[in-house]
Design a binder for this molecule. Structure first.
Ligand code: ATP
Ligand code: MG
Length: 139
């Protein structure tokens, strides 16, 4: 059975470019309820751990550098079929391949700086949410 929560980050490029409001509007207008949210900045260690699945990839160093260069917005979102529906809302990793109307099509600049993160499974949604939020911060 699919779960009803996913985890997202509005990445440093989206924050720098003034897109927090626009992206949150798309998210809530698409039926996601925000159950936890914070404005924060990842340390190098945080980013290395969060993206450790990519540590052998050639872009890992740039990814860690990018994700730590400024503040992000982290949030847990609730909706039926949350993981899959949110991945559809954000669009393909490469904004050049993202469908019209998706968040990455609207706000991402490149495959590396692609505005938003979305969990890729229920299991990772739970792990990533717990990475950023304690039980008391989830409503
Ligand atoms: P995310 O996990 O951030 O939601 P994703 O699941 O669409 O993105 P992943 O394959 O998990 O894509 O890659 C994680 C992140 O690593 C991407 O969002 C992007 O910032 C970066 N990345 C992925 N592939 C490349 C690449 N070929 N070149 C540069 N950066 C990349
Ligand atoms: Mg991913």
């Amino acid at each position: 059975m699919s779960g009803n929560r996913t985890f997202t980050m509005l990445k440093p490029d989206a924050v720098e470019n003034g897109h927090i409001g626009g992206i949150l509007e798309k998210i809530t207008a698409s039926g996601f309820k925000i159950v936890a949210m914070k404005y924060t900045q990842l340390s190098k260690r945080d980013a290395q751990e969060f993206y450790s699945v990519h540590k052998e990839r050639p872009f890992y160093g740039d990814l860690v550098e990018f994700m730590t260069r400024g503040p992000i917005v982290a949030a847990i979102l609730e909706k039926d079929n949350a993981v899959e529906d949110f991945r559809a809302l954000i669009g393909a990793t490469n904004p050049a391949e993202a469908a019209d109307g998706t968040i990455r099509k609207l706000y991402a600049t490149s495959i590396g700086e692609n505005a938003v993160h979305g969990s890729d499974s229920d299991e990772n949604a739970a792990i990533e949410g717990a990475f950023h939020f304690s039980g008391r911060e989830i409503y």
